[in-house]
Design a protein around this ligand. Structure first.
Ligand code: SAH
Length: 251
């Protein structure tokens, strides 16, 4: 099994595949001003098994296209949506976020929690803008420095892993540079990382390793997740996910 298949196997059964919470998704919805509108068209990009998709479907009068390149996540989303009676307003689409099939100016909102980093914040903002109607909303969570200065080793780590890591004001400037006006921002609280993401993930390590006969590749996946968790636990005051909500300006 290659690394992507192992990662998919480890993450598929989790409540979510990245930091977040239903409550924070609802806060972002409130800040977006989308409540009260009817017949919205929304894309949830890099939706994973759909933690945020299902909140959007419950909270808004919308048809949501949930996009991910891993069909096994989408299968779980389809099954959960059906069980909750949300399948009428959620459609799943297996596609890559760098070649999305939406028509220009067809969406009221683009949602993406913990996923835009896969093509990079700036590239994603630029590429996805054209799919939004004038005045449309983009809502994304993104790795962000929460302090002006931080330990050198931490900075080196993230600059190597994700060179676009930056401060809130720098991310806002990227949005403004590419035709968006920020309407809201907040940082995800620690529980979104620890209780909702890392702790459930850690509780699956043992069964994951057994399933894969403690292979070297499976052990390497767990080791790398443990390193990431230790880094967060040691430095959560310095970095986290910022949730950015912005409105498209112009057409
Ligand atoms: N939004 C979900 C998942 C976040 S994890 C949540 O918050 O729980 C990031 C997701 O992006 C994963 O589901 C992964 O399969 C997906 N992904 C990574 N690269 C992608 C790409 N190029 N195109 C589409 N989806 C991608």
């Amino acid at each position: 099994m290659d690394e992507l298949a192992l990662l998919s196997d480890l993450h598929r059964d989790g409540p979510r595949q990245g930091p977040g919470s239903d409550e924070e998704t609802r806060l972002a919805i409130t800040l977006s001003g989308l409540r009260g509108s009817s017949d919205l068209r929304i894309a949830d990009i890099g939706c994973g098994s759909g933690a945020s998709t299902r909140v959007l479907a419950r909270e808004l009068d919308a048809t949501i296209t949930a996009v991910d390149f891993l069909p096994e996540f989408l299968q779980r989303l389809d099954a959960d949506a059906q069980q909750e009676g949300l399948d009428g307003c959620i459609e799943t689409l297996a596609a890559s976020m760098d070649s999305l099939p939406f028509d220009a100016r067809s969406l009221d909102a683009i949602w993406s929690e913990g996923a835009i980093y896969n093509i990079g914040f700036e590239a994603g903002i630029r590429a996805w803008r054209r799919f939004l109607k004038p005045g449309g909303i983009i809502a994304v969570s993104e790795l962000t420095w929460l302090t002006h200065a931080r330990p050198e080793a931490l900075e080196r780590h993230w600059v190597r892993e994700y060179p676009e890591v930056d401060t809130v004001s720098a991310k806002m400037a990227v949005l403004e540079r590419h035709g968006f006006s920020p309407v809201g921002y907040f940082a995800l609280p620690e529980r979104c990382w620890l209780e909702n993401y890392y702790h459930p993930l850690q509780s699956r390590f043992e069964t994951f390793l057994s399933r894969h006969g403690h292979s070297a590749a499976a052990l390497a996946v767990v080791e790398s997740e443990e390193e990431e968790i230790a880094l967060y636990e040691g430095h959560s005051t310095h970095f986290g996910y910022g949730f950015y909500i912005a409105r498209k300006t112009g057409d």
